[in-house]
Every structure is written in structure tokens, then in C-alpha cells.
Design a protein around this ligand. Structure first.
Ligand code: SER
Length: 316
């Protein structure tokens, strides 16, 4: 049977970059998304359908030997709060089905299906903490945070069961902070204010910010996001019961970012208009993350200053 890698949500911010990176290292890919591809890569098999179509997912695993799964299809935090039912269907139910298929077909194929799940700082809460480590208090207050935590735990449980069988599932996950790209402007998330603000500053447009100036959150650039995913998935084995790891490159407040941008683009104007749907979420997420475990397991490094980090995004 033909070996393939399955990517879901390949049109999204992370999915599109991960797809290109995996193609460039010679992987054969099946890419699933509810929308058509924005640009087609010749060697990729594209499927336009929903991740909630269990029959389709099952048939993909039946027809191909899926060795790795990169599961990016999801609703982000604000969109999930507005559509809790859909968030449950996509973020939880469909994710569980995909994990179940990966586990079951891993057993059938007498191997372990390697599974990547992008988790989030949204699993933390209910209070804002600094330097949050993986085992800190995780009592999320949002629908999205709960969806992510349930899948972290579900994947970790099936990973553990696979340890005894030596076949099944090899679950790996990263808790991402806000991701900042230089060429796409995301929406639907709470941390998206940062890429949106940067984009407005660059274009000379005024920005209306829904978070208060002193709100501090952790962030990572898209390049480091993708290299972290590739690195964690390329490890032969992760000798750890903990399957979910923190990463960050910088941590800053809304005001620090706006000051930096005004310094670069002196005519840039920001209006603060706090929105409690955004503020109440950001107030439960950590202001910074402890990344010692990622350093230990795959040499994750993030030794750049805030200025270097922001310049690397703005100057791309
Ligand atoms: N960036 C995401 C959001 O704000 C968090 O994972 O929803």
C-alpha cells in the first residue's frame, strides 16, 4: 500500500506553511481542507471535504498507509466561543475520530502512526501566570481551551496504550502561543491582535485594539512554528510520558508592541477599544511560557531579544 502523510486544514496559516515544508523535504501528501487550494502543488493529492466526514477519513486510512498525520483543521478561540456546537464537532469530535483512525490503522499496519496536534496556551487558566510550565494549572475557561485540553488528553491516553502494544499511535503536540506570520493576517483568535496591528502599521492604517495596553501574552514567529513542528515530528522517539510541549520566542504587552511600531512607523495610530470577549480570554492565558522541555527534547532555542524578534517579522 502507498505510504502517505495526511494534512488537515492545509489552507490555514500553519497548514499552508507546513504543507510546503513537508513537500520540500520529499514527503508524499494527502491534503484535506473544506476549501479549494489557493495554489496547487503538483505532487500533492488534494481533497475538498470536511474533517467531520468520518466515512471519508476512514476511507483515506483504508486506501493508503497513513504514516503521519498533521491535524491543523480547527476553529480558533473567538470563532469557537461564537459557535460552541461547531467547535465541539470540529475541534473535539472530528479530532477524536482522526486520532482513533490513526491508532486503529497503526495497529492494523503493525506500526505507530505519528500524529501531530497543535495545541494552545488556551489550555491554561483560570488565572494569568508567568513562565507557565506544561504541568502548571490547566483549567481552561473557554470552549476552545477545553476542546484543546480534551484532545491533548485523548491523544496522550492512546499514546500510552500504544506503548504497551508497541503499535498504534505516537502522539506529539505543541502548545502554541500567538503565531505571527509576515505574509498572512489571521482572524478568529485572541492573539491575532498582534499580526493585525503589525499589518495596519505597515500599511499606514489606523488600528483599533480590543485588548488593554498592559495585556501581556507569549508569541512565536511562523518560521519557528514550522521548524518546531518538523523537529518534534522528526524525532525518532520522545522518551517522555508528557506529550505536549511549550514553545515561545517572545513575550510582550500590547503597549510594548504598539510602542515598537510607532517607533518604526511614526504616523501609526492606535485606538484602544477594549472588548470583554477578547480581554476576558487574554486575562486567563499565560503572559509567558517555560520552554525548558522543548529545549531538552529537540533543542528548541529562542535566544532573541524582543526587538530582533519583531524586526525579523516586520522586515521580511
Ligand atoms: N492563537 C490562538 C487564538 O488566539 C490561540 O491558540 O485563538
Amino acid at each position: 500500500m502507498k505510504e502517505r502523510i495526511l494534512i488537515t486544514g492545509y489552507n490555514g496559516e500553519l497548514g499552508s506553511k507546513a504543507l510546503k515544508e513537508l513537500v520540500s523535504i520529499g514527503k508524499s501528501i494527502i491534503a484535506l481542507d473544506i476549501n479549494n487550494p489557493k495554489e496547487k502543488i503538483h505532487s500533492v493529492k488534494y481533497i475538498k471535504d470536511s474533517i467531520t466526514n468520518n466515512e471519508l477519513i476512514n476511507s483515506i486510512f483504508n486506501d493508503y498507509h497513513i504514516t503521519e498525520v498533521y491535524h491543523f483543521a480547527a476553529l480558533l478561540s473567538q470563532t469557537a466561543s461564537q459557535n460552541p456546537k461547531l467547535a465541539f464537532e470540529i475541534n473535539e469530535k472530528a479530532s477524536k475520530n482522526l486520532i482513533d483512525c490513526s491508532y486503529t490503522f497503526g495497529i492494523k499496519n503493525n506500526c505507530k502512526t505519528r500524529f501531530f496536534f497543535p495545541s494552545s496556551i488556551a489550555v491554561y487558566g483560570p488565572r494569568k501566570i508567568e513562565n507557565a510550565s506544561e504541568q502548571d494549572i490547566i483549567k481552561p475557561t473557554t470552549i476552545y481551551g477545553n476542546n484543546k485540553l480534551i484532545i491533548e488528553q485523548y491523544g496522550s491516553k492512546l499514546h500510552e496504550e500504544s506503548l504497551f502494544k508497541k503499535i498504534g499511535l505516537d502522539f506529539r503536540s505543541i502548545r502554541f502561543p500567538g503565531v505571527i506570520s509576515y505574509d498572512t493576517v489571521p482572524s478568529g483568535g485572541t492573539t491575532d491582535y498582534a499580526p493585525q496591528m503589525i499589518n495596519c502599521a505597515k500599511k499606514g492604517e489606523k488600528f483599533e485594539c480590543k485588548l488593554s495596553p498592559n495585556t501581556k501574552l507569549p508569541f512565536i514567529g511562523i518560521d519557528k512554528t514550522i521548524s518546531s513542528i518538523i523537529d518534534i515530528m522528526n524525532l525518532e522517539i520522545i522518551e517522555s510520558k508528557l506529550r505536549v510541549f511549550n514553545v515561545q520566542e517572545a513575550s510582550f504587552s500590547v503597549e510594548q508592541l504598539s510602542d515598537f511600531l510607532v517607533g518604526k512607523f511614526p504616523s501609526f495610530k492606535i485606538k484602544f477599544n477594549e472588548d470583554k470577549n477578547f480581554q476576558s480570554v487574554a486575562d486567563t492565558w499565560p503572559s509567558s511560557l517555560n520552554c525548558e522541555k522543548a529545549k531538552k527534547f529537540w533543542n528548541f532555542s529562542s535566544n532573541i531579544s524582543l526587538e530582533e524578534f519583531l524586526n525579523s517579522i516586520i522586515n521580511k
